[in-house]
Ligand binder design. Structure first.
Ligand code: FAD
Length: 473
């Protein structure tokens, strides 16, 4: 063994860096190992470049309604895809620079190499063997491209390659109607690229509520065709690619593969360690402490596939980092209320429990149709639906799914209320300014409040303990 440390962290993305910060609160004997490319998935190929592209696409698309508002000339606007991608890369480089700077500021604690387990506490890192009391796996995930597709064909793009393109074809088949496929599919379509999207399931974007799914499909299909329940095979044919989905055959110039992401565990040598694996072929671990049972090994972030989102990766890194600190029992943490936001326009989101986690007779649904919502009309975004779920008996909020304008903000309010174990009537006591999109959420809460057993008073205001007039001198 060439080096001994208390903690070794494999992966310097969001989870790894959060773990590092926690570990350095109790020891300097730590190494952070990353084989590169550095910069984190979120900043380099994930959240940040995708949201930049979406923002630009929405700016262009929303200009289509200028003329009805009395602003002329928008029909002269043009998109230059190569310049759009340049702008995306410029911002991307600014976001990744911060992460890379942090990596390099760690001096000898940062090792730019790949890591492989030799034993549960020994890693081969480049030429050196490192022994660590505890090891955190935070290796992230990467896009899946099926082996039976012509994977070497440069016209098959994924989130790892799409932002690197100089330009894009006029026609792209998007395979996968999950969060990434729908977000980028809509953005590309709004930039003028002809998109057709294929999805293997009847529900899109992680939605489980049938009505929300129906409305989401109706809205998105106005912009580009969505082929549901279609398992796709892809072949190279001359200059084109052929997409086969049951009887449908389409020739396309490029493909954007968004069929899911797999944890980066290959090559880590986990199979040598005798770690118990779950049905999905991934290590079994405790999501409250991040520990792989009976091993001095923790697994955090996308690498464990449990909650592949940035804020969850950060939480998991911190939990794992903290738990490497002593020999005692691992601290276990309650996880935050689940939240998922798809940055389509309108935003498609879910918070708390999904519709399919509700037990039939015990819950009620409050609903609002955003087509008539005042502020949404002003914004020319009056589309969508919000469905909020609560326990029938107690009125306690359980979850929500929706596709609404400003959904990213409504989702956060609802997540807070669910986390604080609030009832529909308690949430109705918050102030609602006018005119705001939150008033749409209030309509759904009022609908829900009528249906649950424990209702609020009609005033939606808490009662005073005593009349204020008694306190006047
Ligand atoms: C297109 C797209 C859009 C997204 N949008 C959102 C969004 O809007 N909101 C959201 O919350 N999440 C979003 N995500 C998900 C989010 O980006 C991830 O959940 C998060 O970045 C995961 O962080 P991580 O630390 O687990 O992994 P990463 O940031 O990927 O870090 C893993 C690191 O491990 C290194 N590594 C891998 N294997 C080894 C090895 N053997 N040895 C050494 N180092 C290794 C890698 O080089 C990498 O630096 C998006 C993802 C994508 C792809």
């Amino acid at each position: 063994v060439d080096k001994k440390v208390k903690v070794a962290i494999i992966g310097a993305g969001t989870a790894g860096l959060s773990a590092y910060k926690e570990v350095t609160k109790f020891t300097k004997e730590v190494v952070l190992i990353d084989q590169g490319p550095l910069g984190s998935t979120c900043a380099r190929v994930g959240c940040m470049p995708s949201k930049t592209l979406i923002h630009i696409a929405n700016q262009f698309h929303n200009a289509q309604s200028f003329s009805k508002n009395g602003i002329s000339g928008a029909d002269q606007l043009q998109v230059d895809i190569s310049k759009v991608l340049k702008r995306v890369r410029k911002l991307r480089d600014e976001f990744t620079a911060d992460v890379i700077k942090k990596n390099h500021s760690l001096g000898d604690s940062f090792i730019c190499q790949s890591a492989e387990f030799l034993e549960p506490q020994v890693l081969q890192v480049g030429q050196q063997k490192i022994r660590a009391d505890k090891i955190i796996i935070a290796t992230g995930s990467s896009s899946i491209v099926p082996k039976d597709w012509p994977t070497q064909n440069p016209k098959i793009l994924s989130s790892e390659t799409i932002f690197e393109q100089k330009t894009l074809s006029n026609q792209i088949a998007v395979i996968g109607g999950g969060i990434i496929g729908l977000e980028l599919g809509q953005a590309l379509s709004r930039l003028g690229i002809s998109i057709s999207l294929y999805h293997a399931h009847p529900f899109i974007g992680g939605v489980t509520d049938p009505l929300v799914n129906k409305v989401a499909l109706r809205l998105l299909e106005k912009e580009f065709p969505i082929h549901l329940n279609k398992r796709v095979s892809v072949e190279s044919s001359g200059h084109c690619l052929t997409v086969r989905a049951a009887s449908k055959i389409e020739k396309t110039d490029q493909i954007f593969a968004a069929i899911g992401r797999q944890p980066n565990l290959k090559g880590l040598g986990l199979e040598k360690l005798g770690i118990p694996m779950g049905d999905s072929g991934l290590p079994k671990f405790d999501p409250a402490s991040m520990r792989i049972k009976k091993f001095p090994i923790y697994i955090a972030g996308d690498a464990n596939k449990e909650r592949p989102l940035l804020h969850e990766a950060a939480d998991e890194g911190r939990i794992a980092g903290l738990n490497t600190s002593d020999e005692g029992q691992d601290a276990c943490f309650q996880r935050r209320v689940p939240i998922r936001i798809l940055f389509s326009q309108p935003n498609l989101f879910g918070v708390g429990k999904n519709f399919n986690e509700m037990s039939e007779k015990d819950f009620q649904i409050g609903e609002v149709d955003f087509s008539k919502q005042g502020r949404a009309k002003i914004m020319d975004q009056n589309k969508g639906i919000l469905r909020i779920y609560a326990s029938k008996k107690t009125g306690k909020l359980l979850g929500a799914e929706g596709i609404t304008p400003g959904g990213e903000h409504l989702a956060h309010i609802l997540a807070l209320a669910i986390q604080k174990k609030m009832t529909a009537s308690q949430l109705l006591q918050m102030p609602f300014y006018h005119p705001v999109l939150e008033e749409g959420m209030r309509t759904a809460l009022r609908d829900l409040n009528k249906k649950v057993d424990k209702k609020s008073n009609a005033f939606e205001l808490a009662m005073c303990e005593s009349s204020a007039i008694e306190n006047l001198s």
